[in-house]
Design a protein around this ligand. Structure first.
Ligand code: PLP
Length: 396
């Protein structure tokens, strides 16, 4: 097809040309005396992304899922109890991983479209007088439903119950797009990946681990090898990795961290909020459709999940958008398959890129029989963006 493919799934996100160029490097010796400079820049450059002084960032040659596994196998022992909530496919998959790793998961079942329920976490923690729960899991941004949860409220639940469990946060589709504060929020393990807010291809599992979690890892009995924090710590101390790292991705990460620093993380968050506002205006004011997120307090600034009307299969819209308009929209996953499509608005993005996604989604919907007025979403987004001040990186 002529022209560019419009990539608007909520990860992988568009990789800026600057990062693509930075990754175009010949291979080099990852055991050379020159290599540690690159590794150290990447590792120390990640600390501001997690807003941490005490936490230790790790880069695994994996995706976010590898870091879920790392958290569980390093810090916990088989048979340990963990507390988690299921409100979308990714929060569910983390629970599934815990089960498969031999943990006992206390699952808070939540309607998909809502976020993690702090009051139910509190009740479960208060009821656990013996402190059998060793870790509390929360997905900061549920990519499947476009729902952002309040991590601070979960921390407060732990504190109010005076419960010593570790706090694990999945920030795969939030980190470097939506605010995250490892130290201030008392997070023990933050799990993320390269292909979302960091604007890189998939391939790096990015995680950060508190001193409390590292102490727990010393005695935990979880079986681990490839994802052993201890091996990473030993190798990273000298600027190396325990196995062959992806050198192009590390050059890409260095460039990504530089770009985020130049824009300023707070400006990056403001840009995501502003862009998300325009997308929501398109969906709600323009198309008069509903988001999967049932309350504004859950709205995600990185992904919007758009519910299609009864009788319309969202999968048809996604296929039509792809085949006819060269636009990739995110599918509905598991129990919301066919019921929604997702627009990713994270990473390297601006108004006009999103206009392409909105226009394409609109045309595909009209083609599939959805009663939206042509141009209505684009007009509502334009109106929103023109009425609101543009954040730093979007205006000269
Ligand atoms: N958690 C969330 C919230 C995600 O969105 C994803 C992937 O999209 C994952 C975990 C799994 O990450 P990965 O696909 O990088 O393994």
């Amino acid at each position: 097809m002529a022209g560019r493919n419009f990539l608007f799934v909520p990860g992988p996100t568009n990789v800026p040309d600057r990062i693509l160029r930075a990754m175009g490097v010949p291979m080099e010796d990852h055991r050379s005396p020159a290599f540690p400079a690159l590794a150290r820049e990447c590792l120390s450059g990640l600390k501001p992304c997690f807003k941490t002084e005490q936490g230790v960032p790790f880069i695994f040659p994996s995706s976010g899922t590898g870091c879920w596994e790392a958290a569980v196998t390093n810090c916990l022992s088989p048979g340990d109890r963990v507390l988690a909530s299921n409100f979308g496919q990714f929060s569910y998959l983390w629970i599934d991983l815990c089960n498969r790793m031999g943990l006992k998961v206390d699952v808070l079942e939540v309607e998909w479209g809502e976020g993690a329920p702090p009051e139910r976490y509190l009740a479960a923690l208060e009821a656990d007088k013996a402190h059998a729960i060793k870790a509390v899991l929360v997905c900061q941004n549920e990519t499947a439903t476009g729902v952002t949860s309040d991590v601070v409220a979960i921390r407060k639940a732990l504190d109010a119950a005076k419960h010593p469990a570790l706090l694990f946060v999945d920030s795969v589709s939030a980190l470097c797009s939506i605010d995250f504060r490892m130290d201030e929020w008392g997070v023990d393990v933050c799990v993320s990946g390269s292909q979302k807010g960091l604007m890189l291809p998939a391939g790096l599992g990015i995680t950060c681990v508190s001193q409390k979690a590292l102490a727990a890892a010393k005695t935990a009995k979880g079986r681990r090898c490839y994802f052993d924090y201890a091996d990473m710590i030993t190798a990273n101390a000298n600027g190396y990795f325990p196995y062959t790292p992806s050198i192009p991705l590390l050059y890409g990460l260095r460039e990504s961290l530089q770009m985020l620093k130049e824009e300023g993380l707070e400006n990056v968050f403001a840009r995501h909020t502003y862009l998300a506002g325009g997308v929501r205006a398109a969906v709600q004011t323009g198309w008069k459709m509903k988001l999967c997120a049932t309350d504004p307090k859950w709205y995600s600034d990185t992904v919007s999940a758009v519910m299609t009307p009864p009788g319309i299969n969202a999968a048809d819209i996604i296929v039509r958008a792809f085949k006819r308009y060269n636009l990739a929209l995110g599918a509905g996953l598991a129990r919301v398959a066919g019921k929604l499509f997702r627009i990713g608005h994270l990473g390297d993005c601006n108004e006009l890129m999103l206009m392409g996604a909105l226009a394409g989604a609109e045309m595909a919907m009209v083609d599939c029989g959805v009663k939206v007025a042509p141009g209505s979403g684009v007009a509502a987004a334009a109106d929103y963006w023109q009425r609101n001040p543009a954040p730093r990186a979007l205006s000269a």
